[in-house]
Design a protein around this ligand. Structure first.
Ligand code: URA
Length: 246
């Protein structure tokens, strides 16, 4: 029996791109014809077929989430919920808040008492890139702290604070009202915001994550989730691709 020609297997590239939200099939054909689409690092030609389960497809260098079966949820975690998949102490986990199938996992962590946005997905590739320190996706927090930090304390938070695992990178810190800070960091160290505030003498009383890279949602109620839109997944892909590609 003759071997099957791999070029004739799989789905047409423009169909896969269109399903991922890049526009009509016609438009996606134009993207391919313009040499803007790569498959596994090589510029694709019109007529190309791919296996969407395995192909790494990028448009203008930005990887497109095209694999069927991938889900991405934005969850608003309430306080008292853990972000590990299983809790030996039997406390509720963030995975109790989302559909059981397909199985997903939380991207990064929030402390038990921290509230706010967390992504749950089965997209290991994106999760890996979002949590990789070199990609530095911004995370924004609202921190209610004890007392009112002085200008010098705010400057220390901005410039970097010495913690027991090393100094923190510069942060964007705005005092929204006395004792209420908006803090934007791109590192993901354990209990980082709490430890930073503690180090300058203003322990955190309440901490809420309000943004992950390009993702915000002020209407998502605590304990609720929603799927990310295709545009949001693509925006996350861009953010995770690093500063040069934003
Ligand atoms: N910083 C913290 O201190 N806690 C979190 O949950 C997230 C960031």
């Amino acid at each position: 029996m003759p071997a099957r020609d791999p070029e004739r297997q799989g789905e047409r590239l423009q169909k896969v791109l269109a399903r991922a939200g890049l526009g009509s099939r016609r438009h996606c054909e134009e993207l391919i014809a313009a040499g803007r689409v790569t498959v596994d690092g090589e510029v694709a030609e019109l007529g190309r077929r791919v296996d969407p389960e395995t192909a790494r497809i990028a448009v203008d260098g930005v990887v497109v989430g095209v694999r069927p079966g991938l889900v991405h949820y934005l969850v608003n975690k309430p306080a008292g919920v853990v972000t590990t998949a299983h809790d030996p102490q039997g406390r509720p986990t963030v995975l109790d808040l989302v559909p059981a199938e397909p199985r997903v996992f939380p991207v990064g962590r929030l402390d038990l008492d921290t509230e706010g946005l967390i992504i749950c997905t089965n997209d290991g590739d994106l999760a890996h890139r979002l949590t990789h320190p070199s990609h530095g996706v911004d995370k924004e927090y609202l921190a209610q702290v004890r007392g009112r930090p002085s200008r010098a304390a705010l400057r220390r938070l901005r410039d970097g604070v010495e913690l027991d695992d090393g100094p923190t990178a510069p942060a964007r810190v705005t005092e929204l009202e006395p004792g209420l800070l908006r803090i934007v960091i791109h590192e993901g160290r354990n209990r980082q915001v709490r430890r930073m505030c503690e180090a300058v003498g203003h322990p955190v009383l309440r901490l809420v994550r309000t943004r992950i890279g390009p993702l915000t949602d002020r209407r998502l109620r605590p304990g609720h989730w929603r799927p990310l839109t295709t545009d949001e997944v693509r925006a996350l892909e861009r953010a995770a691709a690093g500063p040069g590609r934003r």
